[in-house]
Design a protein around this ligand. Structure first.
Ligand code: GDP
Length: 364
């Protein structure tokens, strides 16, 4: 349906029909907007808050259509994830579309891991994670597209494939990776064309040896903090991790940045925060209930009325676990002779999962 209103950002006539056409807004945005209140189209909204309008698909249906198209075409499928955010950037549904074809996993942004992190160990962790989901994976590469680490050997491994699809959530670094892989290979490398049988835009990069890399549109799941917070906060969540370790007494709270708090239900002997060095880590006597604004996609503004949700994490004596928090990083928690319980408070919808320790704790 076309509406008699225009986007406050670009002036395009608003409609809810074609997610890739300018002026598109999800129908739910209209349903929730007040009469006459200014509305921002999805493209402008994403430009404003994520600086990223074009390689994002609008809905999970459109994303499924795109994955279906990838699954129908011959070529190697490379799933790109953010190594600091593996669970939240993992596309669970991918094997359903790719069928029996093995997938190559690329864990990008290794440069943000603490200095001295064993890459072999991180590669093992990603393999283990894929195995735990019963994925058929033919190879795992841990790379940094920005620093061009691991990209030469990845390019070599991809060289025997005529067509390679790069698939992943938005912001994992797909475009940066494709640019890194093709740098020096071709000057005129980015041409935009529609994928066959779909109107969704993919970027086809033609290589001189007649091969093609296809950078596909990503999706915003809304389960990562970086997808939900104002841009200034996003900038603070990027950057190298410098782990901070603290104990917590029962009742004490650890505020990590402006959106996440860990509250000790029992004493916590050691908690290590693997987050960007620009994220503040503050221990307090008790949890502060003040909330920083979240981005309100429905009204193109900010929302300070949200309520944090609590996830209780328990662990037996002598256990070591990571608690991964979508878009932020992870916490490595050690118990000693006592069982440990803590509450993790985040904005609603943010992924919080526990897993075996990736860096801290004994290698298994
Ligand atoms: P896409 O949405 O998956 O195509 O992601 P982009 O290529 O647009 O990258 C998203 C953000 O991640 C940008 O700010 C990039 O600079 C950043 N980025 C991409 N690759 C890396 C990397 O290897 N290391 C770091 N630290 N940042 C990266």
């Amino acid at each position: 349906m076309e509406y008699a209103r225009t986007c406050q950002g670009c002036g395009a006539v608003l409609h809810d029909e074609h997610p890739t056409r300018e002026g598109y807004v999800p129908p739910s945005v209209f349903a929730r907007s007040h009469d006459g209140a200014p509305i921002t189209c999805q493209r402008c909204f994403r430009l404003l808050h994520y600086h990223k309008p074009s390689t994002v698909v609008a809905s999970s249906e459109a994303f499924s259509t795109m994955l279906h198209d990838v699954g129908q075409q011959s070529g190697l499928v490379v799933h790109v994830v953010d190594i600091a955010d593996c669970e939240a950037t993992w596309i669970d549904a991918l094997p359903r579309f790719v069928g029996e074809r093995p997938i190559v996993l690329v864990a990008n942004k290794m440069d943000v891991l603490p200095r001295g992190t064993s890459l072999t160990r991180m590669r093992d962790r990603v393999w283990q994670f894929a195995r735990a989901q019963s994925w058929r994976v033919s190879d795992v590469h841990v790379v940094s597209a920005v620093q061009r680490i691991g990209t030469a050997s990845l390019a070599q491994a991809l060289a025997r494939h005529a067509r390679v699809f790069f698939v992943g959530a938005t912001n994992v670094g797909k475009s940066t990776l494709v640019n890194a892989l093709t740098a020096g290979v071709t000057d005129h490398r980015l041409t935009v064309s529609a994928m066959p049988k779909t109107t969704l835009q993919a970027v086809h990069v033609a290589l001189p040896d007649a091969r093609t890399y296809v950078d596909t549109p990503g999706i915003v799941y809304g389960r990562r903090l970086i997808e939900r917070v104002p841009h200034a906060h996003v900038l603070r969540m990027r950057g190298e991790m410098r782990p901070v370790t603290l104990p917590l007494r029962s009742g004490q709270a650890l505020h990590i940045g402006d959106y996440v708090c860990c509250e000790a239900v029992s004493p916590v002997p050691s908690i290590t925060c693997y987050v960007a060095y620009t994220v503040s880590v503050r221990r307090q006597k008790q949890r502060s209930t003040h909330v920083a604004p979240l981005v309100d996609e429905a009204h193109g503004g900010e929302d300070v009325s949200w309520k944090p949700v609590r996830r209780r994490v328990t662990m037996p004596a002598r256990a070591v676990i990571d608690i991964a928090i979508g878009g932020l990083g992870w916490l490595c928690v050690h118990a000693d002779d006592q069982a440990v319980a803590l509450d993790v408070w985040t904005p609603p919808g943010i992924l919080v999962v526990d897993r075996p320790p990736w860096i801290g704790g004994k290698s298994t």
